[in-house]
Design a protein around this ligand. Structure first.
Ligand code: NAP
Length: 313
């Protein structure tokens, strides 16, 4: 017997979809994913205190939040499988899902909530100081005490980098944008916002060569991409905003995506280009990328899947 619904991914989108479909008596199966996002639970598993998820006035640890969501989904009967999905066949009904151990399951409806991973700078010193002043999310971490009234840096020149830099001006004494070219990729309006902000300074044609610091980040070693000149910049925080990569490789082109690889969903909906397949969370959202928006679209996907299944029968 095929499953009613299989959910791929166990971040806020996947687990919210699991809670809703389980409560709708659809007995969902959740492939939690393991390697695609580094670990089950998605990006919040690598975040510290989450202070902007409603309902937790003192904030909640990212891992704890995901553990609570998982238990909530399990309480209503969602089945969890801690494996990555490596392949799906959307060309036949029921859909076929194959996981890394070779396990194959069939489903009438699919909810894809595999998220995206922040692109990271491939530096050893970045790995060793990650979470100790280096982050990929200013909205999540910018308000932490270690960044208050300190010089901060954002790496990147796109819309996200500008957004992060502007956000950080509330907390830091000064915000440096470090960009590898002499022109921002961000939209004109965002460029203007960065260039006119009194607290933001753009360091053009610079790349980070090394993150320096003992226990926490203290300085950046920068290289000028034009002259090759090396310099140091004192900062207490560095936020990487060099793009995200949505986790869609396992789909092998079976669903329509944007040029950046994000799944395309219909307006105000989680409906994808294949009937019966719904997408929720960061895998279809290059714009908001928040836990609460992911949970919201997870809820939408569950309700749309439930209605679609009811129509089929
Ligand atoms: P993005 O547009 O791909 O920009 C990534 C930036 O990081 C680029 O400036 C790129 O430099 C730089 N970069 C990439 N790899 C790098 C590396 N290894 N070292 C140094 N720099 C590196 O990504 P994004 O800003 O996250 O935006 C993604 C999408 O979401 C875009 O379509 C964007 O418009 C949208 N978005 C919209 C909003 C909004 O409307 N408010 C907010 C956020 C995002 P180069 O410029 O040299 O390539």
């Amino acid at each position: 017997m095929p499953q009613n619904v299989i959910i791929i991914g166990s971040g806020p989108a996947g687990l919210t979809a699991a809670i809703y479909t389980a409560r709708a008596n659809l007995a969902p199966v959740v492939f939690e994913g393991f390697q695609m996002g580094g670990m089950p639970g998605g990006q919040l598993m690598t975040t510290g205190l989450v202070e902007n998820y409603p309902g937790f006035k003192d904030g909640i640890d990212g891992q704890q939040l995901m553990a609570e969501m998982k238990e909530q989904a399990a309480r209503f009967g969602a089945e969890m499988i801690m494996e990555d999905v490596v392949e799906v066949d959307l060309g036949r009904r029921p859909f076929v899902v194959r996981s890394m151990s070779g396990r194959t399951k069939e489903a009438e409806a699919l909810i894809i909530a595999t998220g995206a991973v922040a692109r990271r700078l491939p530096l050893d010193t970045e790995k060793s100081l990650w979470g100790k002043g280096i982050s990929a999310c200013a909205v999540c971490d910018g308000a932490l005490p270690i960044f208050r009234n300190k010089p901060l840096a954002v790496v990147g020149g796109g819309d996200s980098a500008v957004e992060e830099a502007v956000h950080l001006t509330q907390f830091g004494s000064r915000v440096y944008m470090i960009h590898r070219r002499d022109e921002l990729r961000a939209s004109k309006i965002m460029q203007k916002r960065a260039m006119e902000h009194p607290k933001i300074e753009i360091l053009w044609n610079k790349v980070v060569e090394e993150f320096l610091g003992d226990a926490v980040l203290q300085k950046l070693k920068l290289k000028d991409t034009q002259s090759g000149e090396i310099s140091e910049l004192e900062v207490s925080g560095a936020f990487e905003a060099i793009g995200h990569v949505p986790n869609t490789a396992f789909l092998k082109g079976q669903l329509a995506t944007t040029e950046n690889g994000y799944l395309i969903t219909q307006a105000d909906s989680t409906v994808t280009s294949v009937e019966g397949v719904f997408a929720a969370g960061d895998v279809q959202d290059a714009k908001f990328r928040q836990a609460v928006t992911a949970a919201g679209t997870g809820c939408m996907a569950a309700i749309e899947a439930e209605r679609w299944l009811a129509e089929q029968s």
